[in-house]
Design a binder for this molecule. Structure first.
Ligand SMILES: NC(=O)c1ccc[n+]([C@@H]2O[C@H](COP(=O)([O-])OP(=O)(O)OC[C@H]3O[C@@H](n4cnc5c(N)ncnc54)[C@H](O)[C@@H]3O)[C@@H](O)[C@H]2O)c1
Length: 226
C-alpha cells in the first residue's frame, strides 16, 4: 500500500509516517517545510520505503498513491496568523489538488480538519450535528474558514464523484515533536514549568478543552482510512 502524507514533516504528519511505515506501507512525505522540520523525519531517511517530496500542496501534483492523508497546513495560531493568505490557500487549493489527485489515482483520501471548524462554539461539548459559531472576518478566519471550505470540497467531491473520503476533526493534540512555542496550552504549561516561570491561565480558569495524545490520534487516522 502506498500512502502520500502531505504535511508529513510536521508534528502530527511525522508520527503518521512512522506508524504507516511500521505497518508496512510505502510512504511519500510531501512538505514545503513552512512550519515542519527535517529533524522530525531525519530518522526515516534510511528507510527504503520512505521518500520525501519538497512540494507546495497549493501546486497541482501527479503521483501514484492508494491513500492520501492531507495534513499540509500551518496549524498553530502563531504560525497561521503570520501567513494568513498562504494558510487559506493551503486549505483550499491544497484540498482541491489532493482531491483531484485522489480522483486521478483512485486513492482513498483523508482530510485533517479541526475543532476550529466550530469557531467560538456556543454548544459544549461539540457534536457533529452542531454547525458552529464562526467569525468569517477575524484573525483566525484564514484557518477556521479555510478548513470549513476544505470540508465542503471533500463532501462535494464525494457527491459528484463517489470519492471515498474521510474527514477527521482533530482537537488539541500533544506529544513529542510538538512546537514548543506554538502558543497552545500544553506547550505553554510545559515550557513555563521547565523555566520555572509562572503558569499562564487565560480567563478565569473555567475553560474546558479536549486533549489527545499524538499516538492515539495517528492510530485513529490510520483506522479511519482502513
Ligand atoms: N496539532 C493539533 O492539535 C491540531 C489540531 C487540529 C487540527 N490539526 C491539523 O493537523 C494537521 C497537522 O498539524 P500539526 O500540528 O502537525 O502542524 P505542523 O505545523 O507541525 O505541520 C503542518 C505541516 O504542513 C506543512 N505545510 C504547511 N503548508 C504547506 C503547504 N502549502 N504545502 C506543503 N506543506 C505545507 C508544514 O511545513 C508542516 O510540516 C494540520 O492540517 C492541522 O490543521 C492539528
Amino acid at each position: 500500500m502506498k500512502a502520500l502524507v502531505t504535511g508529513g514533516a510536521g508534528f502530527i504528519g511525522s508520527h503518521l509516517c512512522d506508524l504507516l511505515l511500521a505497518s508496512g506501507h510505502e510512504v511519500i512525505c510531501l512538505d514545503n517545510f513552512s512550519t515542519g522540520s527535517d529533524e522530525n523525519i531525519r530518522h526515516l531517511s534510511n528507510n527504503a520505503r520512505f521518500s520525501l517530496l519538497r512540494h507546495d500542496v497549493t501546486v497541482p501534483l501527479q503521483a501514484e498513491a492508494d491513500e492520501i492523508f492531507n495534513l499540509a497546513c500551518p496549524a498553530s495560531p502563531v504560525h497561521y496568523q503570520r501567513i494568513p493568505i498562504e494558510t487559506t490557500k493551503a486549505c483550499v487549493y491544497g484540498a482541491i489538488n489532493m482531491l483531484d489527485l485522489a480522483c486521478a489515482s483512485g486513492a482513498r483520501i483523508l482530510q485533517a480538519s479541526t475543532s476550529e471548524v466550530y469557531g467560538d462554539p456556543q454548544v459544549h461539548p461539540q457534536t457533529e450535528a452542531y454547525w458552529g459559531h464562526v467569525n468569517p472576518i477575524g484573525t483566525r478566519s484564514c484557518y477556521d474558514e479555510g478548513k470549513r471550505c476544505a470540508e465542503a470540497l471533500f463532501f462535494d467531491y464525494r457527491r459528484r464523484s463517489q470519492l471515498p473520503i474521510k474527514v477527521v476533526r482533530i482537537f488539541n493534540t500533544y506529544g513529542p515533536r510538538m512546537h514548543p512555542s506554538d502558543g497552545r496550552v500544553v506547550s505553554n504549561f510545559i515550557v513555563q514549568a521547565l523555566r520555572n516561570d509562572p503558569i499562564t491561565i487565560y480567563g478565569d480558569g473555567s475553560h474546558t478543552r479536549s486533549f489527545c495524545y499524538v499516538d492515539d490520534l495517528v492510530d485513529g487516522m490510520a483506522r479511519m482510512m482502513a
